[in-house]
Design a protein around this ligand. Structure first.
Ligand code: SAM
Length: 471
């Protein structure tokens, strides 16, 4: 029944296979010989299967867990260096016909005001985001074929890309909207989107159906098979995710890796990113009502294991999490974070953070300038780079770059140049000072002499007013 190459949800995310995997993991969690073998395999940086990774997740031998953390940190350094890509979510509409029990946008919630941005309002939001320094957005919307049909989403994408305010520009729009048809994915691809993101929420079918009692999202197979339709529509960067807290984390972890294995087996390319959100408090949502909440410790272990199991996949963490935890998981493998997010429709154009239409409480409420300064002080390079997708390096072409070790001659200078733009256009005096020192020091980490020379010249040109250089 289990078949990673199948296009049927219940065959590539197979319940019996997950139960067997968890049983195998329990039986072997103290089998230190096997655990050591799996860790050795992970050191080859070619990833782990869901079965192998599940054994490591179950294992709580302190020495081995610390080894996993050290390896995740090392793989993170080798593959992603010290760059952290920055993005912000943009909420377009909270109209929704679904009944997701963990989300305040659910149809039956009558206390939350419903709002959908007009194109004029989209423009205002985008200008506010550009004025912070953002270049990469993830657009978010509820599912409502009448209020937010695909045409509305496409119109918003067009508006977002068209706005050039001062030196600002949104250069990559990722899209997080409900599962849709191949035809619609083709249209999104034509609109020039970056990654198509869709969280599975839970891989456990029975729970999925209970957590999504009404609306089109109730259909587990249609939702789970969405990434295959997206890829059929030509989108080759897709982003997976689980909403941790809904089901048993060990079940979700196995399901998530099986989904990645399925994409690789069928389309020859795994997920571009994996997101790791946890259920948060929201308008009429109390996270304690969900029994499967995970501790910060388990959360960190999950991040480390995702890092070593799918080393080529970017990992995203949002402002749902606190500064402290974000600091910890960035070290263990997270490669992309949101900054200064507002999860309400129209939130960026308001002076004060509005709460009325918020999707969930934001834990990390610092400004983008503060987040950038914090990252740099911790030794990271905040990157506003969007080059790969604009150069057509998506899907397996991006993976090839990563696998060939060319990242340091490409992503590294791109990160420095886009950081320089941020310093010139949006940063506070203190941030500029730290940033310029960091750029100076990091230039020497570009291995290729020629690339280093070009990067130096471009940095100078940015100082003199030019923008948008990339390798
Ligand atoms: N409507 C689209 C869908 O259903 O996939 C995507 C947009 S939805 C705004 C984005 C994600 O927010 C959901 O996939 C869900 O995982 C997450 N989310 C919903 N309620 C949440 C909550 N209370 N806390 C944290 N994340 C939540």
């Amino acid at each position: 029944m289990y078949n990673p190459k199948s296009l049927k949800a219940e065959e590539f995310i197979n319940h019996e296979e997950i139960l067997e995997t968890l049983k195998y993991a329990d039986e072997n969690k103290n089998n230190l010989e096997l655990v050591d073998q799996i860790i050795e395999k992970a050191k080859l940086r070619k990833g782990l299967s869901h079965k192998e990774a599940s054994v490591l997740l179950a294992c709580d031998n302190e020495k081995r867990v610390n080894e996993i953390y050290d390896l995740a940190e090392q793989i993170k350094k080798d593959f992603y260096g010290n760059r952290i890509v920055m993005f912000a979510p943009l909420y377009l509409s909270n109209y929704c016909v679904n009944g997701c029990v963990y989300c305040p946008y659910h149809l039956k919630n009558k206390t939350i005001p419903r709002k959908k941005l007009t194109q004029e309002e989209v423009k205002k939001e985008v200008i506010a985001l550009q004025d912070m320094g953002h270049k990469r957005l993830a657009i978010e919307a509820g599912e409502d074929p009448v209020n937010n049909p695909l045409e509305y989403i496409l119109e918003c994408i067009k508006t977002i890309y068209s706005i050039k305010h001062k030196n600002g520009a949104i250069r990559r729009v990722n899209v997080n909207i409900a599962a849709t048809t191949v035809e619609n994915y083709k249209k999104l691809k034509e609109a020039g989107i970056g990654t198509y993101i869709l969280f599975q929420e839970t891989y456990h079918k029975e729970s999925y159906e209970k957590l999504h009692p009404t609306g089109p999202k109730h259909d587990y197979a249609y939702h789970t098979e969405a990434m295959d339709r997206a890829m059929e529509g030509g989108i080759d960067d897709v982003g997976l995710g689980v909403l941790f807290g809904l089901e048993l984390y060990r079940y979700e972890f196995a399901g998530l890796l099986m989904h990645a294995e399925h994409l690789e087996a069928v389309h020859g390319v795994g997920p571009h990113t994996i997101s790791v959100p946890r259920v948060k408090k929201a308008d009429d949502i109390d996270p304690s009502e969900f029994d499967n909440g995970i501790s910060d410790e388990i959360f960190a272990k999950l991040c480390a294991l995702i890092r070593i199991s799918v080393p080529y996949t970017g990992m995203i963490i949002s402002t749902r999490e606190s500064q402290e935890l974000r600091e910890k998981v960035i070290r263990l493998g997270v490669s992309q974070i949101s900054g200064a997010s507002r999860t309400s429709v129209g939130g960026y154009s308001e002076k004060e953070r509005p709460h009325d239409t918020e999707q969930f409480d934001v834990s990390d409420q610092r400004t983008l300038d503060e987040v950038v300064r914090w990252l740099m002080s911790a030794g990271y390079i905040p990157s506003f780079c969007t080059a790969c997708y604009r150069e057509g390096r998506t899907g397996d072409r991006f993976m090839t770059l990563l696998k060939n070790g060319q990242i340091q001659n490409c992503c590294h200078p791109n990160a420095l140049m886009t950081l320089k733009e941020f310093l010139m256009d949006y940063a506070s005096e203190e941030t500029v000072k730290i940033g310029n020192e960091l750029i100076k020091a990091e230039l020497s980490n570009i291995p290729n002499d020629k690339v280093r020379e070009i990067a130096k010249n471009n940095l100078k040109a940015i100082e003199e007013g030019s923008r948008d250089f990339r390798f």
